[in-house]
Design a protein around this ligand. Structure first.
Ligand code: HBI
Length: 359
């Protein structure tokens, strides 16, 4: 089975159309997976909610109502399925068409795809995109992890450690197409913040930090929680912030590469933090709370600073020392640890191993 060209059926996240920004880091991960696997001669079909765009890759668009985002749910919430669920419809499509593929790849962070796994003839590689959020989902993920060892992929060990089934998680890291990010040795007097604008991302702390330092903060990303965004602007009326919207990768990196640093303020255990390696690829140091994925990426004092979690003063101190970081070291780390090729190798080997265990 090794080196055989695979036919992969990719099931996307049901919380929004691809290209809307609602899928956060998952959109970049999916886009990169398709690019990298096609490059290696594999055939991929992506199944996603209607209106999804994945550059010029064909997408099977499925109608139906979005799933509620898991991070807005509480730990003990029951699993909620809407009428005419797009998630249910996506998986009915997968059930009917599974025999045309060698392997199914799931990136939905939902109870249903895991529950359905034993009902499928074809193997399913589940990539979990966030840390533990809901007991009912954790329980179902754990059942499938134990029943089908080797089929659960995650970004990082700190993400895996949030789950009771950590020992079954296969850490795959992440990767980006470095050719899309242009290195800049110098910066304007400005900072960047990237990501979905939602409570778990802690934007208010970055805004509070720049209100103290007076350095402009360029904010980029999809507003996922409007009330939260309004509240931040109301609480920090004098903070020097500029919202640039949800930009394409090429537009985003044009802004980021001229910044002194990327500020990351995760309230939750960020599973990875793709924005961190995007910044490093531009030569931009990363200042992040010492929490989750970014804490496994940033080399403290070398490619950025790791700050006491939830400490605005810590962010301010790191911002004031940012010129001590060598921007070349940042690009160098991206090249040696986060190339698309290295990540593609890990993903491809994972797929082959899952299929080999079936023989
Ligand atoms: N919530 N229910 C649910 N399902 C998902 O696939 C999902 C989510 N919340 C966020 C999300 N996916 C992605 O935006 C993050 O994994 C990046």
């Amino acid at each position: 089975m090794l080196n055989k060209s695979l036919k992969l059926l990719i099931l996307s996240t049901p919380v929004g159309a691809l290209g809307s920004g609602l899928g956060g880091g998952v959109e970049l991960t999916l886009y990169n997976l398709v690019q990298e696997m096609q490059q290696r001669g594999h055939k991929l079909t992506v199944v996603a909610p209607e209106g999804s765009k994945l550059d010029n890759n064909p997408v099977v668009e499925i109608l139906g109502n979005y799933q509620i985002t898991a991070q807005t749910q509480s730990l003990d919430n029951p699993i909620i399925m809407p009428m005419n669920s797009v998630l249910g419809n996506m998986w009915e499509y997968a059930r009917q068409n599974q025999h045309e593929y060698d392997l199914i790849f799931n990136i939905a962070y939902d109870w249903l795809p895991f529950y359905l796994t034993p009902f499928f003839e074809k193997a399913i590689a589940h990539f979990i995109s966030m840390g533990s959020l809901m007991a009912a989902t954790d329980e179902m993920m754990g059942k499938i992890a134990a029943k089908y060892p080797g089929t659960i992929g995650v970004y990082t060990q700190s993400q895996a450690d949030t789950f009771p089934f950590a020992q079954y998680c296969h850490c795959l890291g992440s990767g980006i197409d470095l050719s899309l990010y242009e290195f800049s040795a110098t910066a304007d007097t400005a900072l960047a913040w990237l990501g979905r604008i939602a409570p778990e991302k802690g934007l208010e702390d970055a805004v509070a930090a720049v209100e103290k330092t007076g350095i402009k903060l360029k904010i980029m990303g999809k507003v996922q929680d409007e009330a939260y965004w309004q509240q931040i602007q109301a609480n920090y009326p004098n903070a020097p912030i500029e919202y640039l919207g949800f930009l394409s990768t090429s537009e985003m990196q044009k802004q980021v590469r001229n910044c002194q640093a990327l500020i990351m303020t995760p309230r939750w255990i960020e599973a990875f933090g793709n924005v961190a390696i995007e910044a490093l690829a531009c030569g931009v140091p990363v200042i992040s709370y010492h929490r989750g994925g970014p804490a496994e990426i940033v080399q403290d004092g070398k490619t950025g600073y790791l700050v006491t979690p939830d400490s605005v003063e810590g962010l301010v101190a790191a911002i004031e020392s940012i010129d001590e970081i060598d921007r070349y070291a940042c690009r160098q780390q991206a090249e040696s640890e986060y190339s698309l090729t290295a990540w593609g190798d890990r993903m491809e080997q994972w797929f082959y191993r899952i299929l080999a265990n079936l023989d």
